[in-house]
Ligand binder design. Structure first.
Ligand code: NAP
Length: 489
């Protein structure tokens, strides 16, 4: 029998836990998970703001092998997703593999292994690294002059200050993305006044939510077949509508635009407010927002929409270009994430001495979204070109983890221990992705986290079915396979 590779999974979020479960199921027991924080959960641990709900239906936002009948609403609440992940972790005995408060500072490939240094000074050696560090985990704090001078309470939405009492306070929210649209309806309920600083209005799709009764939950609990069927129905519904629209289906885009526009017309009667809330780009160009209650909230007597550009922040509030000073007690940054940093600032250095920063200096790229040439045995989950527009991140991660397992199997069956994709093959695939991206709605003229600093979108530009198909088998001729020197097999 071959010696099992020693595998490091970086990150104990949804995709890191999934990687561990699948590796254990495939017989690998030589696994360690490094998690930078003191609890698991990733996105669902970091985001605890009021009103947090996932925009993917509950029955579809589970691992395929582990339904969750306990979700109480069609669009699951953030804390229920976190509870689900904790339950799954316990059930599959993953907890003992996790080393908390371990931030990986560097991973350097030398002598056929990855030497990993963590911020506590420890150094360990691994055969394989699976980088499950997520996409939306580096908060983006805007570079507004005077930001640090604010004398009240301020925080980013992914670093919610649970100790802060927002009741009866003058609250400012900067940003109008999916996060702000969920926070605002909650906040108007208890703030003395809410000022929403909008740089760009957003389209909001009127998606109905519903609460599941105890009876309905019980039916799902007692029938795994029903759970699987619901998962399939919601997945197909999303694949055939939103996911197809955003990759360029003009009829679906037209219908979505119409529904968003009529939602706005119905909910906002004042023409001047409606004009301020009307986006100038095609619905779907930015991540389509599913929301309820935002338009009503913006018409509350204690809410104001500020559309003038912010020029500075001072001790008592925000200054806008029209000369107004907006006095605030609390300032919340709903300003999104630096999605294109991926695992960085971690230093990743391949055997030739080339770093990931150097490899990606013209923009991040990867072989089938999971490996980068020059970095053997270094696997990515949610690498470049893997997110699928308005679709379940869990389903995407499952496809990638299964693909990574196939690559590890290939090493075993060919009696090799190092694998990396061939640069030329990777670049050829990349070209196709870039050509297909031009047809997507994401490049139709808006600014969003879907577009990288080089003006490219790094989303998967085809259907989810194609993603599944392309990663369902390994094309051996796309890879170089090696044996480490002096290794006992
Ligand atoms: P986001 O969509 O990137 O929105 C950031 C907002 O901040 C935008 O309105 C942006 O304005 C604004 N902003 C950024 N810098 C600014 C500056 N210097 N001055 C003024 N405004 C500034 O971030 P997000 O709302 O956190 O959402 C990120 C993603 O997380 C979503 O697209 C979604 O994928 C995910 N998410 C999902 C859910 C859900 O499942 N329901 C909930 C929340 C988040 P511009 O538009 O002008 O750039």
């Amino acid at each position: 029998m071959l010696k099992q590779p020693r595998i490091l999974i970086i990150g104990a979020g949804m995709s890191g836990l999934l990687s561990a479960i699948r590796l254990l199921q495939s017989g690998n027991r030589n696994i360690v998970i490094y998690e930078k924080r003191d609890t698991l959960g990733g996105t669902w641990r970091d985001n605890v703001y009021p009103g947090l709900q996932c925009d993917v239906p509950a029955h579809m936002f589970t691992y395929s092998f582990e339904p969750n009948p306990e979700y109480s609403t069609r669009f699951p609440k953030g804390d229920e997703i976190q509870e689900y992940l904790e339950r799954v972790c316990k059930k599959y005995k993953i907890e003992k593999l996790i080393h908390y408060e371990k931030t990986v500072d560097s991973a350097v490939h030398q002598a056929g292994n990855w030497t990993v240094q963590t911020s506590d000074g420890a150094v360990e050696v691994f055969d394989v690294i699976i980088c499950a560090t997520g996409i939306l985990h580096h908060p983006n704090l805007p570079d507004i002059p005077g930001r640090d001078c604010f004398g009240g309470i301020s925080f980013h939405t992914a670093r919610w200050n649970r100790a802060a009492n927002l009741k009866g306070q003058r609250v400012g929210v900067i940003g109008t993305g999916a996060t702000a649209v969920q926070i605002v309806p909650e906040m108007v309920g208890f703030a003395a006044h809410l000022s929403l600083f909008q740089r760009t209005p957003q389209w909001i799709f009127p998606m109905p939510n519903k609460t599941y009764s105890e009876n309905q939950k019980q039916r799902v609990r007692s029938s795994p077949r029903l759970a699987a069927r619901l998962r399939w129905i919601y997945s197909k519904l999303f694949q055939w509508t939103f996911s197809r629209a955003v990759i360029g289906n003009p009829f679906l885009l037209f219908a979505i635009q119409k529904l968003c526009q009529s939602h706005l017309n119905r909910k906002v009667k004042d023409p001047s407010l409606r004009a301020k809330l009307t986006p100038k780009f095609q619905a779907g160009c930015k991540r389509l927002i599913f929301g309820k209650g935002f338009y009503q909230a913006m018409q509350s007597p204690n809410a104001s929409l500020v559309c003038e550009d912010i020029i500075s922040i001072d001790e008592t509030g925000v200054n806008t270009i029209d000369g107004r000073h907006h006095e605030l007690d609390v300032l919340i940054y709903a300003t999104g994430f630096r999605a294109h940093d991926y695992m960085r600032p971690m230093l990743v250095m391949g055997p030739s001495g080339r770093t990931m920063n150097q490899a990606w200096n013209q923009g991040a790229y990867a072989h089938r979204s999971t490996m980068v040439p020059g970095f053997p045995n270094f696997f990515l989950i949610f690498g470049p070109y893997s997110p699928i527009g308005n679709y379940s991140a869990i389903s995407v991660a499952e496809v990638q983890v299964n693909y990574i397992l196939k690559l590890l199997k290939l090493l075993e069956t060919t009696h090799n221990n190092l694998i990396e994709p061939i640069e030329q093959k990777t670049r050829a695939l990349q070209k196709k992705l870039e050509v297909a991206s031009r047809k997507t709605v994401w490049l139709s003229g808006c600014r969003s986290w879907y577009i990288d600093p080089h003006g490219r979108t790094t989303m998967w530009p085809w259907t989810f079915e194609r993603f599944e198909r392309e990663l369902s088998k390994v094309s051996v001729r796309e890879f170089s396979l090696f044996k480490k020197a002096n290794v006992e097999l």
